[in-house]
Design a protein around this ligand. Structure first.
Ligand code: MG
Length: 159
């Protein structure tokens, strides 16, 4: 049996904060605000995996009121959720994502993101999609005030 999950996240860009996206540290003038490191791409993937398990969202599992998750590495949270998938007998088949950002350019960094996410998810690069879009200058994402991410995950279960 296969189950699909879907995730979405958006974080504000804040000047002077370090930018962490897709598990990468990216040199940029602004970073994603958040209780954790603000990695909206990893958060969207986490929600997609939780969705495939029929579980509540990332904010329920890792509350931003909990000091344990202050400045938490989102990649560590992804590791925890990938472990949860395995503990339920699930095997992640593939993930596909869209990053919506005017800046910085994501496309040239997609391969490096796959190299970071792959081992955590147990996926080869060709089982990870990272597609980069701008928002055509429209809305808060288009005005470079935020980065939004979408993700789907397919999980295979025995039986
Ligand atoms: Mg988030």
């Amino acid at each position: 049996m296969h189950k699909v999950g879907f995730g979405y996240d958006i974080h504000r860009l804040e000047a002077g904060r370090r930018l962490v996206l897709g598990g990468l540290d990216i040199a940029f003038e602004a970073g994603l605000a958040g209780h954790s490191d603000g990695d909206a791409l990893v958060h969207a993937v986490i929600d997609a995996l939780l969705g495939a398990l029929g579980e509540a969202d990332i904010g329920t599992r890792f509350p931003d009121t909990d000091p344990r998750y202050k400045d938490a590495r989102s990649l560590g949270l992804l590791e925890t959720v990938a472990g949860l998938v395995r503990s339920r007998g699930g095997e992640i088949v593939n993930i596909d994502t869209v990053v919506v950002a005017e800046e910085p350019r994501i496309g040239p960094r997609a391969a490096a993101m796959k190299a970071v996410l792959g081992p955590v998810l147990g996926l080869a690069p060709e089982a990870i999609g990272i597609k980069a879009k701008t928002n055509e200058g429209l809305g808060p994402v288009g005005e470079k005030r935020a980065i939004a991410c979408y993700a789907v995950a397919l999980v295979r279960f025995p039986g």
